[in-house]
Design a protein around this ligand. Sequence first.
Ligand code: PMP
Length: 357
Amino acid sequence: MSQLWKKNLINITPYVAGEQPENSRIIKLNANENPYPPSPMVEKILRDKNAADLRKYPSADAVPLKKALARRYGVREENVFCGNGSDDVLAAAFRAFFNSDKPVFFPDVTYSFYPVWCEVLKIPYETKPVNSDFEIDTKDYYEENGGVVIPNPNAPTSIGKPLDIVIDLLEHNQDCVVIIDEAYIDFAPDGFSSVGLIEKYKNLVVTQTFSKSRSLAGMRIGMAFADPELISYMQAVKDSYNSYPLDQLAIETAAASLSDEKYFAETIDRIKNTRDEGKKILRKMGFTVLNSDTNFLFASHPEYSAKAIFEFVRENGVFIRYFNKPRIDGFLRITVGTDDEMSVLYKALEKFFESVK
Ligand code: PMP
C-alpha cells in the first residue's frame, strides 16, 4: 500500500507540559500552579451553580468577565480579549498579528510554546540569545522583524524587568505588534505591568492569566489587553475557529475571583514570602538561585547535575521541573509551594546531599 500520504503529515515537536501525577500525595512543584485554593467566592459560585443553566451556551464574548476585567484594570471593555488560558490568547494573537515574511523575535531562553506555535502556524521566527545572566538585550530587537514576543517576567528564568525595557522595545518596534506575556506579573514588583501602556502604544498586546496568581489553572482563563483595533483582530481569529471558548463556569468563577482582591493580595504575599525565604535556603545549600519576580525559583548547583537532583527528589515524592535543553540543562525550576511543601523539598534535597557525600 502507498505510504506517500505520510509526507503530508504535520511535522512538529509539541510543547511538553509539567507532568500531572495520578498520586495525589506527590508534592507538585513542577507546573507553576498556585498551592492555595482560589478565593472562597469562587467556591460559592461552584456550590450555588444551577446545573440546568448548563443547557445554554455561555456569553459568546465572555461579556460579564470582560466588564469585570475592564473595571479591575481601569481599561475599556473594548480593550479586553478573553480565551481558554493565556495559551489560547497567545495563539490567537500569533495568528492575528504574525503574518509577515520577516521573522518574529523572542529570546532563546523563554516559554517553550512560542517556537511550537510558530512551527504549527508556519510563522518564521528567530531567537535572540539572552546574556550569561539570562537578561535580554533590547538592541537585539531593533532589527526589522515580523513581531516581538517577550514574557515579563520571563520563564523559566523568573527575571522580571521594569517598564523602561518594554518602552525601549516599543519605541524601536513601531511597525510590528509587540506582545508582552505577563503570565507571572502579579508576583513581580508594582509598576512592572505594561497594561497602562496600551493607550499610548497601539501595537502593544499584553497577555495575562488566571492560572497562576488566581489559582484557576484548571478553569483555563486568560486575557489580553490592547487597543480595540488589535482586539477586534484577535476576536475575528477566535470567532473563526471557536466562537464560545470560555464556558459559563469559567466566566463566573473568574469574575468572582476579581471581586475578592483582599484574598488575592494575601495569597500573593504568602507566595512571595515563601519564595524569598526559599531563595535564601537554597543558596545556603550551595545553589545559585536567580532573583525571582515570579512564583518559581530557577536554581543550579555548581557541583551536582540538575538532572540527578531532579531524579532524586522525584523518587522522594517531590516533582520539580528539569529541562533537557541547551543553556538551561544545569538548572531546576521549582514552583513555590506552601511552607510545608517547601520543607519536604528541602528535606529531600538534604537527603540528596547526604547520599552523594
Ligand atoms: N506564558 C507563560 C510564560 C507561561 O509560563 C504559561 C504557563 N505554562 C503560559 C503563558 C500559559 O498559561 P495558561 O495557558 O495557563 O494561562
